[in-house]
Design a binder for this molecule. Structure first.
Ligand SMILES: [Zn+2]
Length: 229
């Protein structure tokens, strides 16, 4: 008997001048089908059915990897990001530190009712330490003129650069893999010299961080997952 396909929530079909089909499962479980321009519905359905097992397995794997796009509930076992990895939350009777990462995130029982604030503070301090160290390194090598580094609560912007040479980064940044953090820092540093997104700007980014497009794409694909609320 043929296995029944688990129909993904939304199916997007992208038709183009290609010869073959390709399937992609997004972190939220959606299935994207890339198909030749004149492929029939039946052909597309056949491809999906052929790959049904793969689709289901990939959806399951991603669901584990990206447990949720929903706000955190701060309950035991829930996973939290740090440097591109997910670590489960556990509670401890110990008082201080209120939150610690050693293979798991250990949150003091005492901080249970203000878990979100404690996490934000932790992420803030980590992001500050990491970005500051990176910036110092880049200044030594490339002589940037940085005034102040601030850690913000921005929800959609990873970083920004003000006219007064202040750099801002969201506390969420340290949830991303290290090379993605490097890319964001280099991006904002490059804005100190070139304030737009011209070709010259991207060249300046490339000079410091060759292959940055990979990190840029990662951020586009996964950035929305790096959230607390
Ligand atoms: Zn920019």
């Amino acid at each position: 008997m043929r296995r029944k396909i688990v129909t993904p929530e939304i199916e997007t079909i992208i038709r183009s001048n290609r010869r073959s089909f390709s399937l992609e499962v997004k972190p939220d479980g959606r299935l994207i089908v890339r198909a030749p321009k004149f492929a029939t519905k039946g052909q597309i359905q056949a491809v999906i059915e052929q790959r049904a097992e793969w689709i289901e397995a990939t959806q399951k794997r991603l669901a584990r990897q990206y447990p949720s796009l929903k706000p955190k509930t701060f309950t035991a076992g829930e996973a939290f990001w740090y440097l591109g990895e997910l670590y489960p939350l556990q509670f401890t009777n110990r008082g201080r530190p209120l939150l610690e990462l050693d293979g798991v995130f250990r949150l003091s029982e005492q901080a249970k009712d203000r878990a979100k604030d404690v996490f934000i503070k932790w992420y803030r301090e980590e992001t500050r330490a990491i970005t500051q160290q990176l910036i110092e390194g880049y200044i030594k090598q490339y002589h940037f003129d940085v005034n102040q580094v601030r850690i913000t609560s921005a929800r959609t912007r990873w970083g920004s650069c003000s006219g007064r040479n202040n750099l801002n980064f969201t506390y969420r940044l340290c949830m991303a893999p290290f090379d993605v953090i490097e890319y964001v820092v280099v991006h904002e540093l490059a804005h100190l010299k070139i304030r737009n997104h011209s070709k010259a700007f991207w060249k300046a980014v490339e000079d410091i961080k060759p292959g940055y497009r990979q990190q840029k794409t990662w951020l586009k694909q996964h950035g929305a997952l790096l959230i607390l609320d």
